[in-house]
Design a protein around this ligand. Structure first.
Ligand SMILES: *[C@@H]1O[C@H](CO)[C@@H](O)[C@H](O)[C@H]1NC(C)=O
Ligand SMILES: *[C@@H]1O[C@H](CO)[C@@H](O)[C@H](O)[C@H]1NC(C)=O
Length: 256
């Protein structure tokens, strides 16, 4: 979550700094920081492949759309980046998100790419408009973008790599971040970035992919809010969260 907020803050700075064109004719649903990027800026350098550990966010939120699959990372997105630290976004506004194009992928998307809040469609629409439309040279259609990302997600299986190093969700264990990085590097030959949020909870793992979709070492010097240690809270199913809140109520009732 922290990285999203930072991203928003950064984006608005960039928009202001570059005197981005006003959004006179185009309006993005609720995203005031967005701006149309000229086609020429679409030529990016690499992808950031972002997966999230929903167990952290969902330890305090109901997350009704996230299926409980145990130790199972879900997709956040595949983002085109420039090697200078900035990135293109919202490149092809005329390419509107159309869920009908994803019909045959829908079952997999609901499991592998659920939204932790909002609706799945809102989440996918955002990822497509903001990032997917900047990668049309590699993925010429929405179906190609989402379909390939699913395959990448299975190819670079994060929980398999971590499990092999005995790193699994736990209420009590604290892991060294460098051990997570090493486990993924051992399996896939490339260093990822590990992000954490409040209380050192693992939030996301970012992998860097070249334009042939091969993983390479991320530039760790760009890592701002790295934790030395992380915890990986077990995923709570909706049922658990309901029980949690009714237990809280009982406790409150007891006090009254
Ligand atoms: C980064 O590189 C891109 C593509 O060459 C360019 O459009 C952008 O202005 C650069 N940004 C910065 C902050 O240097
Ligand atoms: C890559 O781009 C995303 C936005 O699409 C941004 O959040 C991220 O910080 C960028 N990564 C790097 C290492 O510059």
């Amino acid at each position: 979550m922290v990285s999203c907020l930072r991203l928003l803050a950064l984006t608005s700075l960039l928009c202001i700094a570059s005197g981005a064109r006003p959004l006179s004719s185009i309006s993005w649903s609720g995203d005031a920081t967005s701006s149309a990027i000229p086609t020429a800026q679409r030529d990016f350098d690499y992808f950031m492949f972002v997966r999230q550990w929903a167990g952290s966010f969902c330890s305090t939120h109901a997350c009704p759309l996230v299926p409980n699959r145990g130790f199972h990372f879900t997709i956040h997105g595949l983002w085109p980046n420039y090697s200078n630290g900035s990135w293109p976004q919202f490149c092809t506004p005329e390419d509107k998100f159309d869920e009908d194009q994803l019909e045959d992928l829908m079952d997999d998307l609901e499991v592998e790419w659920p939204s932790v809040y909002d609706s799945d469609e809102t989440f996918w629409e955002h990822e497509w408009s903001k990032h997917g439309t900047c990668a049309l040279d590699i993925f010429p259609s929405e179906h190609s973008y989402f379909g390939h990302i699913l395959k990448l997600h299975w190819r670079y299986d994060l929980s398999a790599a971590l499990r092999r190093a005995d790193i699994v969700p736990s209420r009590t264990s604290v892991y060294r971040t460098k051990d997570l990085i090493a486990a993924i590097e051992d399996m896939y030959g490339a260093r990822p970035l590990v992000h954490c949020g409040r209380k050192r909870q693992l939030s996301e793992i970012w992998m860097c992919l070249d334009k042939d979709l091969k993983a390479f070492d991320c530039d760790t010097s760009q890592e701002g809010n790295a934790c030395q240690e992380v915890v990986i809270p077990p995923f709570k199913s909706r049922l658990d969260v309901d029980q949690l809140s009714s237990k809280d109520e009982e406790e409150r009732d007891g006090v009254q």
